[in-house]
Design a protein around this ligand. Structure first.
Ligand SMILES: Cc1cc2nc3c(=O)[nH]c(=O)nc-3n(C[C@H](O)[C@H](O)[C@H](O)COP(=O)(O)O)c2cc1C
Length: 386
């Protein structure tokens, strides 16, 4: 999704400037062309040569350079997106105030490309009402902002202000380059991950679902402007702070949470791998070793089936079906039996992987989608909303 895309990276004088090196490297490895503008203060913290060596592209630091073209205009016109990472309180304030007194602020002023600011700073700086007012003013004008993460800050304080994970910035950039905010304020419910059914306090029945497909859908919908609620089972990766998440563990907990949230949502996508069975009599004490053991199981509630019964005309319900045989045939049966609008049928061997291959089936469509799960998530959203 970034191949041959032209990214103008603005690096400002924040302590997280070194983290922008990883970002530049990842963009480059994904096939993007990355040109960098560094402010004078950024050059105090990290050398321009680092970015030049990693991106194999020019790094510009001065506006008035006798050998250069009129860089602020040529770079502003060249860029398909401008990513300011890290963005200091200073650069945000300058742009909000219409100040263009160095190469980066002037290029931002001159570009018509989308601009994404990735603020990172001390918590008191970030919470300063002047900074917040500047962010709010620029957001209303169509500039994009990524929220900093909470955690231990370089200045020794704990709180919101950390530079986000490189992956999260890449997800945003991929979406802004390829999509508009076409899902603005649409309430979307997504379930993801595996459930766990306790046998005793130490042991449980679960499955190989990692939750990656559901997370990819939740991220993609959120970045496209949807109001996403994620009901998470056991998920192997970190859930980003920006997602509203309800944590569950057992099939019964997931059933209750989903039934409660379902009426408030226009689109519900059930990617979670919910256990079909649960131990009939889970033991309160750890089960002792014996020569033989028979575990009695009972059926859990079929969440998709129950949602299908409750679904109104205004709601869209999407299921996922992992199958090991007769994939399409079984998926089509489920689509009908459970009153779904769409079903994504996939092979069992994609669980836990970053890549996937699915057949997306609706009443009038049957499309094969493949690629990394974030890419496929966007294609699924396209098909649901087309
Ligand atoms: C070691 C050091 C670390 C800094 N880290 C940050 C930071 O994380 N965020 C921030 O907004 N300012 C930070 N500053 C302050 C900025 O460098 C200062 O506001 C500067 O004027 C920013 O200029 P620029 O936006 O043109 O790069 C830091 C300053 C120093 C000396």
């Amino acid at each position: 999704m970034l191949k041959n895309k032209k990214i103008l990276l603005g690096v400002t004088g924040g302590i997280a400037a070194y983290k922008a090196v990883d970002l530049a490297s990842r963009f480059t490895k994904m096939g993007a062309e990355v040109k960098t503008i560094m402010t004078a203060h950024a050059c105090e913290l990290i050398s321009p040569i680092t970015f030049k060596s990693i991106t194999h592209q020019p790094v510009v630091t001065k506006m008035f350079d006798i050998d250069a073209n009129i860089e602020h205009i040529s770079l502003a016109d060249w860029a398909e997106i401008v990513v300011v990472a890290p963005a200091t309180a200073n650069i945000i304030g300058k742009v909000a105030g219409g100040i263009a007194d160095d190469l980066l602020s002037t290029a931002i002023m001159a570009t018509t490309a989308p601009v994404l600011f990735v603020p990172a700073m001390n918590i008191h700086m970030y919470e300063n009402p002047i900074v917040q007012e500047n962010i709010s003013k620029l957001s209303k004008l169509g500039y994009f902002f990524m929220e900093p993460e909470k955690g231990m800050l370089a200045c020794g304080y704990e709180g919101k202000g950390r530079f986000p994970k490189t992956d999260e910035i890449i997800y945003l950039v991929q979406t802004y380059l390829n999509y508009k905010k076409d899902m603005k304020d649409i309430p979307v419910l997504i379930t993801a991950g595996a459930t766990r059914e306790n046998i005793d306090p130490m042991r449980f029945i679960t499955n190989y679902s990692s939750g990656k497909m559901g997370m990819a859908l939740a991220r993609a919908a959120y970045i496209r402007g949807a109001n996403v609620s994620l009901i998470a089972g056991n998920i192997t990766e970190d859930i980003p702070e920006y997602l509203k998440c309800i944590q569950t563990s057992t099939a019964d907990e997931m059933f209750k949470a989903t039934m409660k949230e379902f009426p408030n949502n226009h689109v519900t996508i059930m990617t979670a791998a919910v256990s079909d069975y649960t131990p009939a009599k889970p033991s309160v004490q750890k089960t002792k070793k014996a020569d033989e053991m028979v575990l009695e199981l009972e059926r859990t509630k079929d969440i998709l089936f129950e949602l299908g019964k409750k679904k109104s005309d205004k709601q869209t319900l999407v299921g996922f079906a992992a199958e090991s045989e007769k994939i399409i045939e079984n998926a089509k049966l489920k689509l009908k039996k459970k009153n779904l609008d769409f079903i994504a049928a996939n092979n069992l061997n994609v669980a836990g992987k970053d890549e996937t291959e699915i057949i997306f089936i609706g009443k009038t469509i049957e499309e094969k989608l493949s690629g990394n799960k974030f890419q496929v998530a966007h294609k699924i959203l396209d098909l649901i909303f087309q």
